[in-house]
Design a protein around this ligand. Structure first.
Ligand code: URP
Ligand code: ZN
Ligand code: ZN
Length: 460
């Protein structure tokens, strides 16, 4: 199958120029002006941007959590991702206690195979680390799972101690892996949650009030110190507030290879959402929680000046009915997470590029190129160059859309951005040269997505 995209404005993390793109056998085979080579299909992209497909480095599809399972599986979630201009996801496989990492990888591969409509990779969530577990980490990096998520929160479920974190960091220094950290002080939070419940504080807002920014800042600083002692790189996931960002900045200034992502929810939503009436605050229960609004500006500046390098979604959707409602009488029983896999590019373009907070090149860098580099996929993904996979988005900067249940495709009964009007929409999306979103219609196939063997970490 060959395809020619003509007259689009190609935008990468570094360049902007009008050119044609020839795609053959799933990869970009030629970039130039006035390409006349024959192709089976021609798309005129005049007046539109052509950008590398988005890479969402943080999703939880079909994940058992909080007594229920996230509402999108690999089929519905990756189709929604494609509608939003994302052509690769890196999801989290979970190694439960008593289980090996190869077993966990097999379990998550089974969830994705035959279902994923776009390419997918895995990080490995490590919940215990025995001697053989350290060997498993090496085996995972050889199998293309080159990053490991550890939790400093959720005691009794996911949380590991400092010694485990330190051992894992030392191992990644040897095997080329990257530790991804959920940085919140789980011990402190546990005490605060118990205290709140004993005082009858049960509404959704207490989820946020029992997870102070200092608990995130402290854990961020602590794991940065552990990484410094191990002389290993570290990546903070879903960073939500100024307190934590200060710790990342400080560590980076001393030369640590410390990196961090934030997510649209922390750039657009805030603590006040928890005070919405009729238990609606439960829609925003996630960890870390939404913060006071002033943090948003600090995070936008962090993205603009490079202290934050990636915007991912932490897509972990639970329906309001029957799932979020599990915590109607007790905020600590509300499953943690929210939907976002489909709205990331539109939100970041609207909140970042249109008001001039970040450049168009920076936008591409945050949603595609740096996640590809950080997680061993560049230049196969995240780039527009000859030989790269033709994972491309034709982004129409003039098209408008109202975000909400009627216009979106995630399998969840609410949307945190319901009614938000955006300008700039992913119109046509290609996955390895195949058009999977054609002018707003899904034309791909569940099961067409391939497992991504990722390379070891390289400093960026
Ligand atoms: O609330 C969240 N973030 N749910 C997903 C699990 C995690 O910690 O990333
Ligand atoms: Zn987390
Ligand atoms: Zn997550």
């Amino acid at each position: 199958m060959s395809l020619l995209i003509k007259n689009g404005e190609i935008v990468t993390a570094s360049d902007r120029y009008v050119a044609d793109l020839l795609i053959e056998n799933g990869v970009i085979s030629m970039i130039g002006r006035n390409i006349t080579a024959p192709a089976e299909r021609l798309i005129d992209a005049a007046g539109k941007y052509v950008i590398p497909g988005g890479i969402d480095a943080h999703t939880h599809l079909d994940m058992p959590f909080g007594g229920t399972t996230s509402a999108d599986d690999f089929e519905s979630g990756t189709i929604a991702a494609a509608f939003g201009g994302t052509t690769s996801v890196i999801d989290f496989a979970i190694q439960y206690r008593g289980e090996t990492m190869p077993q966990a990888l097999e379990n998550w591969s089974r969830k994705a195979e035959g279902k994923a409509a776009i390419d997918y990779g895995f990080h490995m969530i490590v919940t215990e680390l025995t001697e053989s577990g350290l060997g498993d980490m090496d085996a995972m990096t050889r199998a293309g799972v080159t990053s490991f998520k550890l939790f400093m929160a959720y005691p009794g479920v996911f949380m590991v101690d400092d010694a485990t974190i330190f051992k894992a960091l030392l191992r990644t220094k040897e095997n080329g892996g990257l530790i991804c950290m959920h940085a919140e002080n789980g011990g402190v939070i546990d005490v605060l949650v118990k205290q709140a419940l004993s005082q009858g504080q049960r509404a959704p807002k207490y989820h946020a009030l029992t997870r102070p920014t200092r608990a995130e800042g402290e854990a961020t600083g602590r794991c940065m110190a552990l990484a410094e002692m191990a002389d290993a790189p570290i990546y903070i996931v879903h960073l939500s507030c100024s307190d934590a960002l200060e710790q990342v900045k400080r560590a980076r200034e001393t030369g640590l290879r410390g990196y961090a992502e934030t997510c649209p929810q922390y750039l657009f939503l805030s603590y006040e959402n928890y005070e919405e009436p009729d238990f609606a605050g439960a829609k925003y229960v996630m960890s870390p929680p939404l913060r006071e609004r002033w943090n948003q500006d600090v995070l936008w500046k962090g993205l603009a000046n490079g202290h934050l390098q990636v915007v991912s979604t932490d897509h972990c959707p639970f329906c309001f009915k029957e799932q979020k409602e599990l915590g109607r009488d007790d905020f600590s029983k509300i499953p943690n997470g929210a939907p976002g896999i489909e709205t990331r590019l539109m939100l970041l373009y609207n909140g970042g590029v249109l008001p001039g907070r970040i450049s168009l090149n920076k936008f591409v860098d945050l949603v595609s190129t740096t996640p590809a580099k950080m997680f061993g996929l560049f230049p196969r993904k995240g780039a527009i160059c000859v030989g790269a996979d033709a994972d491309l988005v034709i982004f129409n900067p003039h098209a408008e859309k109202t975000l909400g249940l009627r216009s979106l495709h995630m399998r969840v009964d609410y949307n945190p951005y319901e009614g938000t009007k955006v300008k700039g929409v992913p119109e046509t999306v290609l996955s390895r040269g195949k058009v999977i979103i054609d002018n707003g219609k899904f034309t791909g196939r569940a099961g067409a997505g391939q497992f991504l063997m990722r390379k070891p970490f390289e400093p960026i």
